[in-house]
Design a protein. Structure first.
Length: 86
């Protein structure tokens, strides 16, 4: 395994699975002598979790104005104009 010119290394799938390292997981390194350890970053007060990051990314991205009733009708397979089914 080699380090790229950007200082990147691919973590083997087996290791990612064992440690639960998903895309965008924060990690930290611990250096001791001539070796380093990688692990999931410890959560600190105020640190975001995956769901919060996803919501931040989506916030304000909707391009249409629907009422709650219209959204519920769409998710249930109803039409947009007929929010209340008959």
């Amino acid at each position: 395994m080699q380090i790229t010119s950007k200082g990147q290394v691919t973590i083997p799938q087996e290791v990612r699975n064992q440690l639960g390292l998903l895309p965008h997981t924060e990690v930290e390194f611990e250096v001791s002598g001539d070796h380093a350890r990688i692990r999931k970053a410890r959560r600190t007060e105020g640190s975001g979790v995956r769901g919060q990051r996803a919501l931040r990314a989506l916030r304000g991205s909707a391009d249409t104005r629907l009422s709650t009733d219209e959204i519920m009708a769409l998710t249930r397979g109803g039409s947009r104009s007929g929010a209340k089914g008959k």
